[in-house]
Design a protein around this ligand. Structure first.
Ligand code: LLP
Length: 386
């Protein structure tokens, strides 16, 4: 037995590293997405028999080649804004709108109108919108987003359920919503929940399905049950891959108990996090009062997750890949904020120096899409690799 095997990432391969070094020489910070990895994740989920519909949450990564790749693997697309909806149809002309799901939060009325005009599936999670905008919803099919009274996820800032969360309709308010829907002539055809992001315990989704199926049974017109996204990925060197086999087993059991609903999921991170790396150059290496810092040309403007969620992203020196990682550094960026720290006490080769290419791992989800131009720094570049 002993230690479980370490997850090997695609970029550890020598040929891929040469390709990455060549891309880095065109300028950094630079996101690079490995499409074959996206395909592998898609095929792993496609092999889960209990699932009928898969929507990729494009907020995680809306690069056109990511969308084309997932669409070609049979995925639909989950959007949270009219901008994302327009982007999807511009990228994939002729896409069947039934493969798009709109899951907005506190969006303006015109975005619901726009979504209905496009013919996509629309989710709603409050009765106020139904009552205030009857003309928008009259005669429509709707998916209802439920708050199951609890949240989950890798950080408090990504929890999307429970009393403190702005998302979802509490179960206790479902009867009221159903009555209001009847008044407006709305048919509830889907039930939806997404409790948070970065969830590692595979039983979560079967529990969500069971609770939602109970709600759906009470409503009577429901055809689809969407149990959200949230599947995690191995970010830390000792993290094990998400247990898809156990996950699939749980879903198969629960689907057998409630076979009449079409089971939908909407993962973002799981599909794309591991396909993406952020390439950077070392700007300066500085020792100060016992702490050695490696500065990168990518800061919290390029990758916000460490500053915002204390998220862990592994770093490797690509220029000195074969040297031992034998010295501890704090990894920082060029932004004028104390939170501009990518990692504390990270091991890199002791010879790490200005101009080296440093790779930031697992940056394909919520990386470029959250980047900004703070301090008037340019947005990162993006490339795809076949
Ligand atoms: N469905 C809904 C309704 C969502 O709100 C989200 C993510 C997803 C699906 C996809 O979740 P995923 O499978 O990617 O966990 N920026 C944060 C994550 C925010 C997630 C927002 N909603 C991060 O970098 O960790």
């Amino acid at each position: 037995f002993g230690k479980p095997a370490r997850v090997v990432k695609w970029w550890e391969d020598a040929t891929e590293r040469q390709r990455l070094l060549a891309l880095a020489s065109r300028g950094t910070p630079r996101y690079v997405y490995h499409l074959q990895t996206v395909r592998e994740r898609a095929r792993a989920l496609n092999a889960v028999g209990a699932i009928d519909r898969r929507f990729f949450a494009i907020k995680a990564n809306s690069h056109p080649w990511i969308l084309r790749t997932l669409e070609a693997e049979g995925f639909g697309l989950e959007c949270v804004s009219i901008g994302e909806i327009e982007h999807v149809f511009a990228t994939l002309p002729g896409l069947d709108p039934s493969r798009v799901l709109f899951t907005p939060s506190f969006a303006p009325r015109r975005e619901y109108d726009g979504a209905f005009e496009r013919g996509v599936n629309v989710t709603l999670d409050n009765v106020e919108a139904l009552r205030n905008w009857p003309e928008t919803f009259r005669g429509r099919d709707l998916w209802l987003r439920i708050d199951l009274g609890r949240g989950d996820g890798h950080h408090a800032k990504v929890v999307t359920g429970g009393a403190a969360s702005k998302f979802g309709l509490p179960i206790a308010a479902v009867d009221d919503f159903v009555a209001a829907a009847r008044t407006v002539g709305v048919r509830i055809t889907g039930i939806h929940a997404h409790l948070g992001s970065g969830i590692g315990h595979p039983k979560h989704w079967r529990e969500v399905y069971a609770e939602l199926a109970g709600v759906a049974d009470g409503i009577g017109t429901v055809d689809s049950i969407d149990i959200g996204g949230g599947l995690t990925i191995p970010y830390k060197p000792d993290d094990q891959p998400f247990d898809l086999a156990l996950w699939a087993e749980g879903l198969a059991e629960i689907k057998a108990a409630w076979p009449r609903y079409r089971l939908a999921i909407e993962p973002g991170r799981f599909m794309v996090a591991e396909c993406g790396v952020l390439l950077t150059h070392v700007t300066q290496v500085v020792g100060k009062q016992g702490v050695r810092r490696v500065g990168l040309d990518a800061g919290m403007n390029a990758l916000m997750r460490p500053a915002m969620y204390d998220a862990f992203h592994a770093v490797r020196n690509l220029t000195r890949f074969d040297d031992a990682d034998d010295a501890a550094f704090d990894i920082v960026g060029p932004i004028c904020e104390s939170s501009d720290v990518l990692g504390i006490d990270r091991l890199l080769p002791v010879g790490t120096a200005e101009g080296d290419v440093v790779l930031v791992s697992d940056a394909g989800a919520y990386g470029f899409v959250m980047a900004n131009t703070y301090n008037l720094r340019d947005l990162p570049q993006e490339d795809v690799l076949e």
